[in-house]
Design a protein. Sequence first.
Length: 326
Amino acid sequence: MKPLNIAVALAVTVLIGTFGSSEAQLQMNFYGKSCPNAEKIISDHIQKHIHHGPSLAAPLIRMHFHDCFVRGCDGSVLINSTSGNAEKDSAPNLTLRGFGFVERIKTLLEAECPKTVSCADIIALTARDAVVATGGPSWRVPTGRRDGRISNSTEAFNNIPPPTSNFTTLQRLFANQGLNLKDLVLLSGAHTIGVSHCSSMNTRLYNFSTTVKQDPSLDTEYAANLKANKCKSLNDNTTILEMDPGSRRSFDLSYYRLVLKRRGLFQSDAALTTNSATLKMINDLVNGSEEKFYKAFAKSMEKMGRVKVKTGSSGVIRTRCSVAGS
């Protein structure tokens, strides 16, 4: 081999090692020796409290999603800002809930094993355990993530897919995180639980474009019902809407059936039917079993949980999830 080729081969080897190193350092039971009760403390706290507030499962899985889409899964979504410029302050995160719940878990873990368990891992484990506690699917959560200390409002706005996204925007923002169309369809399935507000829907009902008042991709009967009973005006920003009406507490295939009926709540839901590949995936899911959906969803959740993670010396362990410099 010529010297130049050797150099190129070495460079490629180093590059592959760099890309693979973070993922390789995540492992099941990462805290087995350093904090053996860590995952039990998290699951016990959830089991103790989630039944008093089962609606918290959806915000916790949403928090994990929003965390991973900005600087990777590094717990930066939890950081408070004194200048109004943290991820929490960005429009996509203004309705996020569960910050106090995560901080309480962090306090328990700091008492058990100081400066050991990252906030990023707490988010990932809490999202999974909360969904399981309410009867939803489980998935593998390898741990070993470390925390970041940068949290920027603009980055959250630019990277988290808004509910008004068309298909092109969804594909681009997911691809930016190394997630494909299958991941897009499956992770959207998390909309089978939880609620939103009329603020995310009003444009579709009253002010879709300069020429069309109501989004033509929205089922007219569903739209009329929303106007009559829920979002009665363009200025209603607070009324709560179920993302999967009649089934919002059940992690099932109902969301996809509604999307096919043009009754998905968001424009981003309707956008999934505008591409032949994603439309086929939705039809395959609806015609398949719930067990098959659970398994596929689990794989995409684990994949998302590995997005741009910090491990080893590339991150820190914050002692307070809300404080960047702790």
